[in-house]
Design a binder for this molecule. Sequence first.
Ligand code: FAD
Length: 139
Amino acid sequence: MFMTRIIYTSTVTDKFKPNDIEDILTTARKYNDKNAITGLLVFNSKTFLQCLEGSRIDVNSTYNRILSDPRHRDVILLDYRDIDEREFDTWSMGYVPSSSLTTDVNIKYSATRNFNPYHMSGKSVHGLLLSLKDAVPTI
Ligand code: FAD
């Protein structure tokens, strides 16, 4: 069966409440574990950057569910590709807190020091996610 990797970015809406990041992670980990999906979620209190990897069918159906979630908007697909191996296989959904988004890591992959995946290429956001792997606790 093919494996696929999706990377997208989105922005929180006013339906997003302070505890929602915990709820999102709990739900994501439960569903992803069941569907053998792995990945990372980066969040800086305004913008999400998420990578999902797994079977093409499961990644697509998960992405379709995520798309209709009212807690975020302006979902932009940054990268979609078939992959031969996983890169985030340690996590059913690893979480990168905003404290790890230092200006050093942003400037390496972005034109500015700010975290703004809307202005980054698919290749750059992939590089950024790989460089953030060390900042994620094992779950
Ligand atoms: P249900 O739980 O039946 O909910 C029905 C609808 O209400 C859905 O549209 C749901 O999105 C929405 N909803 C659920 N909780 C709330 C709430 N507190 N406030 C407002 N609306 C709500 N799911 C995964 O399975 N894997 C992931 O990796 C994943 N990542 C996510 C990343 C982000 C940034 C966001 C915002 C959500 C993510 N989710 C993820 C959650 C996903 O959007 C669905 O809520 C979840 O998969 C449950 O789907 P469901 O069809 O069973 O919805």
